[in-house]
Design a binder for this molecule. Structure first.
Ligand SMILES: Cc1ncc(C[n+]2csc(CCOP(=O)(O)OP(=O)(O)O)c2C)c(N)n1
Ligand code: SF4
Length: 293
């Protein structure tokens, strides 16, 4: 029998439309890292489902060559969940902004985390609503001045990493668009994790956020990947550590080595998932009539 040798792909094989982001936008770093990882893992573009919300960052679904669903603001995770459960063989990636995931989409985020469906979720975190011209998002620091908060925001900021850990996440990482090699490592590990993997990416908006710049992040992050003593597998120690840091932690923050994805708990034989037509996703009319008439 002839052996089929799959040609090794390269990042160019994942090029979609030309990005329309502002020159210097942090989201370029995410796109470049993602293309590199997908090529390294040699994943066929037809086997990728990229699901996005609404925002500058969510436009990534047009810039990467893969099947894509550019959906509704804050609603990408329910769609990604359904796609993965119905098509377990697909690599399902969710991607969007911090407004999309931690404001309007916050409840979906927490439920997706605790459900642990095998999805990689990338949040491009720039502390503003970029697409709608720079209003403060929930990750903006207390006092952050924008057009919508001329006297500075009077709300405490949300931290998706801490929320995910508290909600029982099995994989939590944070990258920085100014460090693409680290993003590549984190995305690779996230895509290979059996369960829901959050990668929060500090991704500067060079047009509407003149505070949290590339230089500002370089001065304010603490890369836990460089700490040989750091143990990312102990949730309590991880939470204690990151709650007491005076800098923003990046790197692989937490990973549960015994994570079991939802599909493993749901499908009778997850290694041999049934074909779509064998799954009964629509109830039979007769059954409904029996129950309700
Ligand atoms: C239901 C709904 N509410 C509000 C909007 C308006 N809107 C579009 S994008 C956006 C925020 C974008 O910010 P973020 O998700 O952080 O992404 P970024 O543009 O910064 O990448 C908002 C509020 C919308 N499109 N739909
Ligand atoms: S407005 Fe900000 S987030 Fe949007 S493309 Fe420009 S730099 Fe990126």
């Amino acid at each position: 029998m002839a052996t089929v040798i799959k040609a090794q792909r390269n990042p160019k094989d994942y090029e979609g439309l030309k990005p329309v982001w502002c020159p210097g936008c942090g989201d370029f770093g995410v796109l470049n890292a993602l293309k590199k990882v997908l090529a390294d893992l040699n994943i066929d573009p037809k086997d990728i489902a990229l699901v996005t919300g609404i925002g500058c960052s969510s436009q990534i679904s047009s810039f990467l060559k893969a099947y894509a669903f550019h959906g509704v603001h804050g609603r990408l995770l329910p769609v990604a969940t359904a796609i993965k459960l119905m098509n377990p063989h697909l690599t399902v990636i969710g991607a969007g902004g911090d407004g999309d995931g931690y404001a309007i989409g916050l409840s979906h985020f927490l439920h997706a985390v605790r459900r642990n469906v095998d999805i990689t979720y990338i949040v491009m975190n720039n502390q503003v609503y970029g697409l709608t011209k720079g209003q403060a998002s929930p990750t903006a620091a207390f006092g952050f001045v924008t057009t919508s908060t001329p006297q500075g925001t009077r709300e405490r900021d949300v931290d998706g990493v801490k929320l995910a850990l508290a909600a029982g996440a099995t994989f939590v990482a944070r990258g920085f668009s100014g460090d693409v090699p680290q993003l590549v490592r984190l995305f690779k590990e996230a895509l290979q994790h059996p369960g829901f993997a959050l990668v929060d990416v500090l991704s500067p908006c060079v047009t509407y956020n003149r505070v949290n710049t590339y230089d500002w992040f370089r001065e304010n992050i603490l890369n836990l990947d460089e700490d040989p003593e750091y143990d990312p597998t102990d949730r309590v120690k991880v939470l204690t550590k990151i709650m007491t840091l005076d800098r923003i932690p990046t790197g692989l923050i937490f990973k549960d080595p015994s994570s079991k994805p939802y599909s493993r708990l749901l499908l009778k034989d997850p290694d041999n998932p049934p074909a779509l037509e064998e799954l009964r996703v629509r109830p039979e009319l007769a059954e409904l009539q029996e129950q309700f008439v």
